[in-house]
Design a protein around this ligand. Structure first.
Ligand SMILES: CC(C)(COP(=O)(O)OP(=O)(O)OC[C@H]1O[C@@H](n2cnc3c(N)ncnc32)[C@H](O)[C@@H]1OP(=O)(O)O)[C@@H](O)C(=O)NCCC(=O)NCCS
Length: 166
């Protein structure tokens, strides 16, 4: 993800349907600022969010990956994902979440990952479950109720064969 992705991200962040579960639409100025933070995250940590593109056409379909987040005063690494509405229901978020988990545990050797979302975001929770995450607890994040899921490296390694059989 870099400065060249600003237009695609601005359009994504202006779509009310996509952003309903992500704190609401973001203005172009907010997306510019947000993208700057993502680029800094890559520089600082050597990982971050990716742009997801259709393999055949190169068309932008969504974004996601690994990033630091503070939850209840604790630094965690979250797997996040957000896709253009036209591309929902094709397994893309699951593909991206699973790839993020694999990279986190095999290449980056991170010990644990988290995921969280609104309790009403059934699709996101299903993606978490398919990527191997387990519900841990409810939490309040940015003044809203959320469900919090975790996955640690040893639990993932124990079942990785099953998860990546396809
Ligand atoms: C959540 C989101 C990333 C899912 O992306 P996607 O590419 O459609 O996800 P997938 O196709 O990989 O998987 C979706 C799964 O959720 C299921 N699902 C869809 N709507 C659901 C609902 N309301 N309740 C429960 N499950 C639901 C699908 O059936 C599918 O499961 P299945 O493969 O077992 O049938 C996408 O809807 C999105 O970008 N939403 C807006 C941003 C967002 O909410 N991001 C997550 C913030 S934590």
């Amino acid at each position: 993800m870099g400065a060249e992705d600003l237009d695609d991200l601005t359009r994504l962040h202006l779509d009310a349907r996509v952003m309903a579960t992500m704190g609401g639409v973001r203005s172009p100025a907010e997306t510019t600022e947000w993208l700057g933070r993502q680029v800094d995250h890559w520089r600082q940590h050597g990982f971050g969010l990716w742009m997801a593109r259709d393999r055949a056409t190169g068309q932008f379909v969504g974004r996601g990956g690994l990033h630091h987040v503070e939850i209840d005063g604790r630094n965690e690494i979250e797997v996040g994902y957000c896709f253009r509405a036209e591309f929902w229901g094709r397994g893309l978020a699951t593909e991206l979440a699973r790839a993020s988990v694999r990279i986190a545990f095999t290449e980056l050797r991170l010990p644990e990952l988290v995921c969280f979302t609104l309790p009403t975001n059934g699709a996101s929770q299903r993606v978490m479950q398919k990527a191997g995450f387990r519900y841990e607890r409810d939490l309040v994040y940015k003044d809203l109720p959320h469900v919090f899921y975790c996955l640690n490296a040893s639990a993932w390694q124990a079942t990785a064969g099953d998860r990546f059989a396809c």
